[in-house]
Design a binder for this molecule. Structure first.
Ligand code: ADE
Length: 488
């Protein structure tokens, strides 16, 4: 994604028309018209020095078929990337690559631009691949006649993750593969077709029941169609069940797994659970220091220099000696299990923030994030701001909203976000807007949003932050003693 949230694709191919057509219709066509996706196709044949416009030749050492030559591919690449600041991620689509999946689609969607090289004939001269390619990706264990269809498949999967491409922001997140389960069956009108009725529960309007039914159907379906995915789901559930025996202490680890924000590195019901959050934070809960050491050993990974969130203070010296951690800070954990939405002052305008707020926010909040991380939070839509009318700054902000003209200027009074491991945080109210209930409104708003996704909202409060502890209690969150330590 670029500064403005858009994505650029550049495709090196012998069949540019195929790419143009595949990317010209429907959702992708609209996204291009809106400038959310930019596409450049480069015809490799335009770069051959052969007078017959030939781009292929025989394979050294013999073997069936022809190979694409290095020179035209290289020159096409040079031309296509001459304006790129840094070397762009360049994907060679080939059956000899890493198999494409949703996780890789998410990873690629974070790039500003992607270059694709589509092969034909028997492949491409290895020497040019060595010079330009950063990733080799296959779309599955079968062989196609060329790389155009695989490139289109990957661009499609990546494009739908670019903000704004799918109008319903939620649908990019909650579908198949997000939680190791395939999607549940869906129905539209008419209510009865070929004598088959839509399942009664879907007409009930009871969202809890509907969600429970959908989960059961998704499980049944996954078990039959994809036993491999189902086994991964079951394993994750087993770890969640173990964690739920001490729910107060483990809410952050349970939510991490439930929301699919991380994975299990090691687990043993006798020893505990070692998790890795998607951006690399390591979470541990262990039954003893020895058990913790066994979990680290079982994971087979080296954790030097990592950021840890641990439930047992006794393990901190191990992190100091083994992983060169030097700092540790204790935390309370606050969580909201009442399930009832909290009131939010209607006078405040609370809305999602985009990347254009990065500098304004970083000026106020920079202790626990880098500027790059903050921009990523904004790009993912993780942050919300509370706005008040500009001229109302010195007075009450709850003036008559109806009287506002189109051009009423608002300013950012405070903001809040969700950390990558799911905790609410990054809450700040600018000094001159304090003591007006803005922090409470922001947090209540986030709690209500989390409830609509059936999550348990939670946050962590560093030791000594009395103002935050007071706010959590006032809003009705349960606040634990100090039970977590962030170590780095
Ligand atoms: N080119 C030919 N077959 C392919 C596949 N399965 N994946 C990616 N590129 C290919």
């Amino acid at each position: 994604m670029r500064e403005d949230g858009s994505m650029r694709f550049c495709v090196l191919t012998l069949f540019p028309q195929m790419i143009e057509q595949g990317m010209g219709e429907s959702i992708l066509g609209n996204a291009r018209e809106q400038g959310l996706i930019e596409l450049q196709t480069v015809d490799i044949r335009d770069y051959t020095k052969d007078k017959h416009r030939k781009v292929d030749d025989y394979t050294y050492g013999g073997g069936a078929g022809m190979l694409m030559q290095a020179q035209p591919v290289y020159d096409a690449y040079q031309e296509a990337t001459k304006e790129c600041g840094k070397r762009p991620r360049t994907i060679y689509v080939t059956p000899q690559g890493r198999v494409f999946d949703q996780k890789l689609a998410v990873e690629l969607s974070k790039e500003k631009e992607l270059v694709f090289l589509c092969g034909h004939y028997e492949g491409v001269d290895e020497r040019v691949l060595e010079e330009i390619v950063t990733d080799r990706i296959s779309i599955g264990d079968y062989v196609l006649t060329g790389g155009e269809l695989p490139a289109l498949v990957i661009m499609d999967a990546v494009s739908r993750l670019v903000p704004g491409v799918l109008h319903n922001e939620e649908s990019a997140r909650t579908e198949t593969f997000d939680n190791d389960l395939l999607e549940y069956p869906q129905y539209t009108r008419p209510e009865c077709w070929h004598g088959k009725r839509v399942p009664q529960v879907l007409l009930s309007g009871d969202h809890r029941k509907i969600n429970a039914w959908r989960l059961e159907e998704a499980k049944k379906h996954t078990k039959v169609q994809r036993p491999d995915l189902y086994a991964a789901y079951e394993y994750r559930q087993k770890v969640i069940r173990w964690l739920s025996r001490k729910k107060r202490q483990h809410i952050h680890m349970m939510e991490l797994l439930k929301r699919n924000l991380g994975r299990v590195l090691a687990f043993d019901p006798k020893d505990g659970a070692l998790l890795e959050e998607n951006t690399g934070v390591i979470m541990l809960s262990c039954t003893s220091v020895e058990a913790g050491e066994r979990l680290f050993a079982a994971s087979g990974a080296d954790f030097t220099g990592r950021l840890f969130c641990v439930c047992q203070e006794e393990i901190i010296p191990v992190l100091r000696s083994r992983c060169q951690a030097t700092e540790a800070r204790g935390c309370y954990q606050a969580y909201y299990t009442r399930g009832v939405p909290l009131p939010v002052s209607k006078e405040l305008d609370i809305r999602r923030l985009d990347e254009s707020y990065a500098e304004e926010i970083f000026a106020e909040y920079h202790e626990l994030v880098t500027f790059e991380e903050l921009k990523e939070h904004l790009a993912r839509g993780d942050m919300y701001g509370a706005f008040v009318k500009k001229k109302a700054a010195g007075t009450a902000f709850h003036e008559d909203k109806a009287a506002e003209g189109e051009n009423t200027e608002y300013e950012l009074a405070g903001f809040i976000g969700t950390h990558s491991e799911g905790a609410l945080g990054m809450l700040q109210v600018r000094p001159r807007f304090r003591r007006r209930g803005i922090a409470a409104a922001l947090e209540s708003h986030m709690i209500n949003e989390a409830l609509t996704r059936e999550e348990i909202p939670f946050g962590q409060i560093f030791e000594g932050n009395e103002a935050s502890l007071h706010l959590q209690r006032k809003l009705g969150l349960n606040v634990t003693d100090i039970i977590l330590w962030w170590v780095w």
